[in-house]
Design a protein around this ligand. Structure first.
Ligand SMILES: Nc1ncnc2c1ncn2[C@@H]1O[C@H](COP(=O)(O)OP(=O)(O)OP(=O)(O)O)[C@@H](O)[C@H]1O
Ligand SMILES: [Mg+2]
Length: 419
């Protein structure tokens, strides 16, 4: 039997291990007895008997990056062909949500430490991606993992002083920084995510604070909603994404990959966890907002829940981008039965409401209102961003394209919702 210690902040939560050709997770007795205890995910109820099998592996694998960033990280830390257990063992000091996974016998540092990170150094790290040096492992003073297929790194950002800090020795990061995509097709991307998140805020969707920094490479910086400050210390909060909730791996995050995830499945699962009516309405608005901004990449790892001893709440929204501006028209999660933008019509929204148990008429009223408002909100968002940041020519061109996508989608929405 081999096992790793799973921590929730400074408290031992359980063991992640491998025994008799099976993965397992076992809660600590102390954890179960604690009034403030919460489960890893709803399917892993709080009990002393270990949870076994592939579901455990899937849960932890969902905390790792995907695709090229994962391959490059494994190369960098010389772990090619490693299994989920070994990778989590290496990268688990600072994980998405509350979790920190360390070798048996090693305790998390009680002193939180950070060292200043100059913009020059960050710029070099961004450039080093061209030599396949991943951003995620670019801070040599700690190890961390963040999910997703884009390059990113956890750090601290003091927006008031415009200063950046590296985490030292597993201290929790409070922000995530994402440079422009390395794929030419998706360039530039940082400005896209920054503006779409600002637009979401303008339209009163719940989103964390975001910034745009230029080192001089542009990076999008988002505050981590899975961190809070309590008595001057950073405390981590538990979150799970919809893949973890539905018990499926990141490979299945798109509905077209076999239909393991869908808006119906996600909303049904949310209802099963007694999510508030307000949160369910937010999910509905998330779907409509994504449609309007051309975010066809809103897959099952792009929506999450916060978990605590009181239950489950919708996490703020993240990873909002207009990917239609790069020519992507296939919907990550279908609207009704439709898998592409062009096929979506009022029948799709009717099916969406039916699938998710939403009233059709009030949903369409909400959709129409959003479609009416979004153009003005976009113009305002762009004007503010231009007054605060130096936007280069390719960024300006992209902003134009996003504006055109929003215009076309909101017109389509207005015609779909016409009385
Ligand atoms: N502000 C945030 N606070 C806490 N966790 C976050 C935040 N933003 C993202 N995350 C977590 O990190 C994961 C990766 O983030 P994000 O979706 O932005 O990455 P990505 O690489 O662009 O994803 P994709 O693979 O969809 O392109 C998310 O699935 C979410 O769990
Ligand atoms: Mg994502």
């Amino acid at each position: 039997m081999i096992r790793l210690r799973v921590w929730a902040n400074a408290q031992p939560m359980g063991w992640f291990g491998h025994e008799a050709a099976q993965y397992f997770f076992q809660y600590d007795e102390q954890w179960i007895k604690d009034e403030a205890a919460f489960p890893l995910a709803p399917q892993f109820e709080l009990r002393l008997e270990p949870h076994r099998g592939d579901a455990i592996k899937t849960f932890f694998a969902n905390l790792l990056p995907e695709g090229t960033p994962l391959d490059e990280v494994l190369n960098q830390i010389q772990l090619r062909d490693a299994n989920t257990f070994e990778i989590i063992g290496e990268m688990g000091a600072d994980l998405p949500g509350v979790l920190s996974v360390l070798p048996e016998g090693k305790e998390p540092d009680t002193q939180q430490k950070y060292s200043e990170l100059s913009k020059e150094e960050l710029s070099q790290r961004v450039q080093a991606r061209a030599q396949k040096k991943p951003l995620l492992t670019s801070n040599e003073q700690t190890r961390m993992s963040l999910a997703g297929a884009q390059d990113k790194v956890g750090l601290r950002y003091d927006g008031k002083r415009d200063r950046l800090y590296d985490s030292v020795g597993g201290s929790p990061t409070t922000h995530i920084a994402k440079p422009d995509s390395r794929l030419e097709k998706y360039q530039p991307s940082a400005i896209n995510e920054y503006l779409c998140m600002k637009l979401a805020h303008e339209m009163r969707l719940s989103v964390p604070r975001v910034d745009l920094i230029q080192v001089p490479e542009t990076l999008y910086v988002v505050e981590r909603y899975d961190r809070a400050v309590v008595k001057g210390e950073i405390v981590c909060l538990h979150q799970i994404d919809a893949c973890q909730l539905l018990g499926v791996g990141a490979d299945w995050k798109y509905e077209r990959q076999g239909g393991l995830v869908s808006l119906k499945k996600i909303v049904d699962a949310f209802r099963g966890l007694m999510l508030s009516g307000k949160d369910l309405l937010s999910v509905q608005r998330w779907v409509m907002f994504n449609y309007l901004i051309g975010n066809s990449d809103a897959h099952a790892k792009n929506i999450s829940l916060m978990v605590n001893s009181q239950g489950y709440e919708l996490a703020p929204f993240y990873d909002l981008l207009c990917v239609q501006a790069y020519g992507d028209n296939d919907l990550a999660l279908f609207i009704g039965d439709e898998s592409t933008y062009d096929a979506v019509g009022s029948h799709s929204w009717e099916a969406f409401c039916e699938d998710c148990g939403f009233g059709f008429k009030p949903t369409m009223r909400q959709f129409r209102k959003m479609a009416e408002d979004i153009g003005k909100s976009w113009d305002k968002t762009v004007a503010t961003a231009i007054s605060q940041h130096q936007i280069n020519e390719s960024e300006k061109a992209l902003v134009e394209r996003i504006g055109a996508v929003i215009d076309a989608n909101s017109k389509a929405a207005l015609s779909m919702t016409a009385a």
